[in-house]
Write a protein that binds this ligand. Structure first.
Ligand code: IPM
Ligand code: MN
Length: 364
């Protein structure tokens, strides 16, 4: 079959990691008889440099015309890059937010799984790492603080800044349904994370999530306050199956969940709307400090490509093959710098970004 794949390489380590994911996709194509047609799309700092805008309307149209879009990362060093001297809506991140909103990508799936091979890279207590964990963060992606009204103005002679956190019941219902649907295919447990002891938006969140839960009698629902969740993630991550949460909490908790898998470089993600279209974006940043050095971990992007095959193209066997190849590569002790075992534990081979991609391709 033929598939149209948009590629947003972006900034920093983005081009390196997407190149490795593309190598893997090409190999999958060869092996299973598919053709992935690549169309590059500009977004982020590279788009600012080329067009003055972090994402042009033309780029959005090109993205919409694809079957799915695979992304690297966008942005630069927020203290030193000239991109951050621009007004907020002209900065690299604004491009990503505009893309998510224009394509209505409200459901962001971020699986955080501790590979047994990476136990020695897990920063948690040995017994906790030994027990392992396998969770999926279902993050709402087009509402809340990210998209509410904001302004900076003077109030009573003082510079004052405002950001608004708004959710309506429909926005909560559709993401909650996604959370329960995916829980039905997993261990049937949803932990909904909010701050209902303080926020009105969280109290509405809780109420709507409970209404949705009534349609899923097989799934157990638990509510957890976000501060407690941050603590439970390092104390007992095995208790989590599906973590259902709003945009900002999901952003923060997913970095934490990624780190306990060994590295942010392991966390893949899928951003989906009501159709088969999806934007597949590793959850890590552009890591400008190591850009172009061939030391970034491409696994999150490669696993995001696997998610694309599974969710947008219904190519389950192909997605399984990629995930299996990643497992074998880790089994064989091949590691990028970020997932090296703690000093003195395990014997492994340290490789760079492109060698990691090659190793995974070789095992496909
Ligand atoms: C992420 C990123 C983005 C977010 C940034 C780059 C706007 O941190 O995908 O988690 O906050 O959503
Ligand atoms: Mn983030």
């Amino acid at each position: 079959m033929d598939f149209k794949v948009g590629v947003i390489a972006g900034d920093g380590i983005g081009p390196e990691v997407t190149d490795e994911a593309w190598k893997v996709l090409s190999k999958v194509g060869e092996k299973f008889g598919h053709t992935f047609h690549r169309t590059d799309i500009l977004m982020g700092g590279c788009s600012i440099d080329a067009t003055g805008e972090p994402l042009t309307d033309e780029a959005i149209e090109t993205a919409k015309a694809q079957d799915a879009v695979l992304m690297g990362s966008i942005g630069g060093n927020t203290s030193t890059s000239p991109w951050y001297k621009l007004p907020p809506q002209k900065r690299p991140e604004a491009g990503l937010l505009k893309l998510r909103k224009s394509l209505n990508l409200f459901a962001n799936l971020r699986p955080a799984y501790l590979y047994p091979q990476l136990k020695e890279a897990c920063p948690l207590k040995e017994a906790t790492a030994e027990a392992g964990f396998d969770m999926l963060i279902m993050r709402e992606l087009t509402g809340g603080l990210y998209f509410g009204a904001r302004k900076t103005h003077e109030v009573n002679g003082l510079m004052t800044a405002e950001d608004t956190l708004t959710y309506n019941e429909e926005e909560i219902r559709r993401i909650a349904k996604r959370g329960f649907d995916v829980a039905m295919k997993r261990r049937k447990k949803v932990i909904s994370v909010d701050k209902a002891n303080v926020l009105d938006s969280s109290r509405l969140w809780r109420k709507v999530v409970e209404e949705v839960a009534a349609d899923y009698p097989e799934v157990t629902l638990e509510h957890m306050l976000v501060d407690n969740c941050a603590m439970q993630l390092v104390k007992d991550p095995a208790q989590f199956d599906v973590v259902l949460t709003e945009n900002m909490f999901g952003d923060i908790l997913s970095d934490e969940a990624a780190m306990i898998t060994g590295s942010l470089g392991m966390l893949s993600s899928a951003s989906l709307n009501e159709t088969k279209f999806g934007l597949y974006e590793p959850s890590g940043g552009s890591a400008p400090d190591i850009a172009g050095m061939d030391i970034a971990n491409p696994i999150a992007t490669i696993l995001s490509a696997a998610m694309m095959l599974r969710y947008s193209f219904d190519l389950d066997a192909e997605a399984d093959a990629i995930e299996e190849a990643v497992r074998k590569t880790l089994d064989d002790g091949i590691r990028t710098g970020d997932i090296m075992p703690r000093e003195g534990e395990g014997s492994v081979t340290k490789v760079g970004c492109s060698a990691m991609g090659d190793a995974i391709v070789a095992r496909l």
